[in-house]
Design a protein around this ligand. Structure first.
Ligand code: UD1
Length: 340
């Protein structure tokens, strides 16, 4: 059984990917420092798959511990690296936390992988690297725009660090996956998104409002040059996203990659406005959402959605679940968490 390391494996996308890996017969080792996740996620994973992943509580900023991990787990054949901080506003307030968490840790892992004769590495990147694109939908060859926040910068620089390392480390192969907007939860409601404090992202804010934790949702701006005036994003179901990670990893394990560093967009290819997301939620939940139109949020781009041709044709992956599926699963999860 091939052993795969998933860093940040107790987080939102990480936990769903652990399930997808186990379902394909991989043995998973999780590293997580529990900074934005809970140990109970291990139970959720085990309830779904019947297998409890190996768990190492470890902070990847600790270089010695990273070295020790890779000497203990010398048979790890692939690494999927999710562990990172992802709040744009926080990154402006505390840039060094972001550079240390998202880049120092990445360097320590790559140093260990470069020492191995062969290594396969999947990196969590983001459509944030495109900024406000000049044309839509966005292909992988669209220019990377100057980052608007330290968070965005860590994704851009992270990609560069991996590319440069792949150039010199014989046997190191990597794929960067640029996610659009991951939402939803596992249909079992055993795992899902669990933001600490007030959610910054749209979908957890919607479900928490409907569950009574928040008074009302603020829709940030309805005067954008879009069909209904609200911003447009490409919302991708986290279960589809998780499957893409397994496919990308297998591409490397089976030596099907073209070049030792590749990039893929992961989205649905369809843009949805904030109001369309709210309508979808109301339809599938049967709940009326309390929301108001509020001023624009600083830093928001007007519209982003993926051209998924490369992921479809080269990776052989396509999103299957719909926005309604995602909203229904997110609501099922929220109700379970709140005991509703
Ligand atoms: C945000 C980050 C992005 C990051 C991603 C990680 C910004 C500008 N972008 O994406 O870099 O990779 O999170 O999860 O912060 N909205 C509301 N009301 C709310 C919350 C959101 O109207 O209470 C709207 C936003 O204006 C936006 C859409 O919903 O139009 C999606 O917002 P969000 O879920 O925060 O994702 P992004 O901003 O696209």
């Amino acid at each position: 059984m091939k052993q795969i390391l998933v860093t940040g494996g107790l987080g939102f996308i990480g936990s769903h990917t652990v399930v997808a890996l186990q379902e394909k017969g991989y043995e998973v080792v999780i590293i997580d420092n529990l900074s934005n996740s809970s140990i109970e996620v291990l139970d959720g994973i085990e309830h779904i798959t019947g297998v409890r992943p190996i768990f190492e509580e470890l902070d990847l900023r600790d270089k010695e511990k990273v070295e020790a991990f890779f000497s203990t787990y010398a048979s790890v054949e692939g690494v999927i690296h999710f562990a990172a901080s992802k709040a744009v506003g926080e990154s402006v307030q505390n840039p060094l936390l972001y550079y240390e968490n998202n880049l120092a840790a990445l360097v320590y892992i790559l140093k260990e992988l470069a020492k191995k004769g062969s290594a396969n590495f999947i990196f969590s990147s983001s459509c944030t690297v495109y900024g406000q694109p000049d044309t839509l939908p966005i292909t992988e060859s669209a220019p990377v725009k100057k980052a608007e926040s330290p968070y965005g910068n860590t994704k851009q620089v992270g990609e560069e660090i991996i590319k440069d390392t792949c150039n010199i480390a014989a046997g190191l192969k990597a794929i960067a996956l640029r996610y659009f907007n991951p939402i939803g939860a596992h249909d079992s409601a055993e795992i899902g998104e669990l933001p600490l404090g007030v959610p910054q992202n749209l979908v957890p804010f919607i479900t928490q409002t409907a569950a009574g934790l928040r008074k009302e949702l603020s829709v940030f701006g309805d005067d954008y040059p879009t069909e209904d005036g609200t911003c447009v994003r490409d919302y991708i179901h986290v279960v589809d996203l998780a499957k893409a990670h397994v496919i990308a990893l297998e591409r490397l394990l089976e030596d099907k990659n073209e070049g030792n560093y590749e990039i893929f967009n992961l989205g649905t290819g369809t843009g949805s406005s904030v109001l369309e997301v709210i309508q979808s939620f109301e339809k599938v939940s049967g709940e009326k959402l309390n929301y108001k139109i509020a001023p624009r949020r600083a830093g928001d781009v007007i519209a982003v959605y993926a051209d998924t041709t490369k992921a479809n044709n080269v990776l052989g992956w396509k999103s299957e679940l719909t926005l309604d599926d995602a909203m229904a699963s997110a609501w099922k999860w929220e109700k379970k968490v709140r005991g509703l």
